[in-house]
Design a protein. Structure first.
Length: 439
């Protein structure tokens, strides 16, 4: 696997789709749930006239066994996607897998509590066996998916694979309370994110993150090779994209600077994801990880303060040209704030936070992802709470409005860039996102 990157590589221009059109095939490699980055990319693919094919992660029955979707679930999922879904469960990760008669990792964690989790030990030989079972299950199912997919793609079609799998936290009862301490704990409730990584629980989570977020991309690249060769032999093209996160350049003190959310535990898996793209690229396969800006989603909300990196987009929109769209967006965001609060106050609060000396050590690219600190968490969570309090409605936030626009912009950028990508790893920073939105 390739070594970690030493600096970010931003996409600097707005690319145009020159490959994909009506009748071509867009394959979503990950099930579509709620709000998330994939929606913007799917919208771009549909706008180009592509046919959408999806997969499912399956569902668990009452015993925890993995099953396909019922006919009702399948119909609902296809309606949500706006395309066909191959109904073969592709649940990633191994937290619910085990050899016959053995405990799976989630069951192994059943004795873990908020009091003993740091000393709690796992049987790593058993974990390894579970991981082997999970890998065998996933790759066998993926082989079946590829066989079915091959029959759904006629000759003469270009194919776009969009990998969207991420996550992998085992369903341990105590984890939510632990996560609240790690990612939100202030004062006496603060707990270092490094303490999680040092514990067996953290080591297991990192392994499962790797499986879900990164290694699934490797399996996709490998097991679609026969299909890829058939498509390319007919004179058509295949592309692969994946969603990364590795910090973002945003406006800080009037300049675009790389910054990050701290502490992003999935960062290790996201870097491994980049490595799979680099290795594929070196073999002549057009696979690109797009490192996207921070937004609020159902899955990112555990990371209190992640939206602080998003709010400076308002300033970037003015810096990159402004106009009627930007003026209307500022007015919309202003209307969401309390009468005695202004967008300028919100942005000053974010700017003061970003430029605070306590935050500067965390903006070192080569040290990413760094463990958190008590002072940093206090500032991040405190600033986030202060900004939420500036809103009229705590459930209607400026960051939600901006997130939906970033989804649209990144979808357009990824879709356009996939035609002729600049490299295996690219960053979508606030400058190019703003220019797309301004149009």
């Amino acid at each position: 696997m390739t070594t970690a990157m030493q600096h970010s590589i931003p996409l600097t221009s707005i690319p145009e789709n020159t490959v994909f059109g009506k009748g071509d095939i867009f394959v979503l490699f990950g099930e579509l749930f709620g709000r998330g980055y994939a929606t913007g990319l799917i919208d771009a693919a549909k706008a180009a006239g592509m046919d959408v094919i999806g997969i499912t992660v399956g569902r668990r029955d009452d015993t925890g066994a993995l099953r396909a979707l019922t006919s009702e679930e399948h119909a609902a999922a296809e309606d949500n996607l706006g395309g066909n879904i191959i109904n073969i469960p592709l649940m990633a990760g191994f937290d619910m897998d085990a050899p016959e008669g053995g405990q799976n990792p989630t069951e192994m964690l059943s004795g873990m509590t908020l009091d003993n989790w740091q000393e709690f030990k796992l049987d790593w030989d058993q974990v390894d066996r579970c991981r082997e079972v999970g890998t065998a299950r996933f790759t066998q199912s993926l082989g079946q998916v590829m066989e079915q997919l091959d029959g759904m793609i006629p000759e003469g079609r270009n194919v776009f694979f969009a990998h969207t799998m991420a996550g992998g936290i085992p369903r341990a009862k105590a984890f939510l309370a632990i996560a609240n301490r790690i990612y939100k704990g202030r004062g006496a409730r603060h707990m270092s994110s490094q303490s999680l990584l040092d514990a067996d629980l953290g080591k297991l989570i990192l392994q499962n993150f790797d499986e879900v977020t990164a290694i699934t991309f490797g399996h996709l690249l490998d097991l679609s090779s026969a299909l890829r060769e058939r498509i390319e032999a007919g004179g058509n093209q295949v592309r692969y994209t994946a969603y990364g996160y590795h910090g973002t350049r945003v406006l800080i003190g009037g300049e675009y600077k790389w910054q990050t959310y701290t502490s992003y535990t999935q960062g290790y898996a996201k870097m491994r994801l980049e490595g799979f793209a680099q290795d594929a690229w070196d073999k002549g396969v057009k696979a690109t990880v797009f490192n996207c800006p921070e937004i609020r989603t159902n899955s990112s909300d555990v990371f209190a303060g992640i939206e602080l990196s998003l709010l400076p987009l308002l300033e970037a929109l003015r810096k990159e040209g402004g106009g009627e769209f930007v003026d209307d967006l500022w007015a919309q965001c202003q209307s969401m704030l309390k009468d005695d609060t202004s967008i300028e106050q919100v942005l000053k609060t974010v700017g003061d936070y970003q430029q605070n000396p306590a935050m500067q050590p965390f903006y070192e690219f080569t040290g990413w992802p760094k463990a958190n600190s008590a002072e940093q968490v206090d500032m991040t969570v405190g600033t986030s709470q202060d900004i939420v309090a500036m809103h009229k409605d705590r459930k209607a936030l400026v960051s939600d409005v901006l997130s939906s626009h970033v989804l649209d912009a990144t979808g357009q950028l990824i879709f356009g860039s996939a035609s002729d990508p600049d490299g295996p790893v690219l960053w979508l920073d606030h400058d190019v996102v703003a220019r797309v939105l301004i149009g």
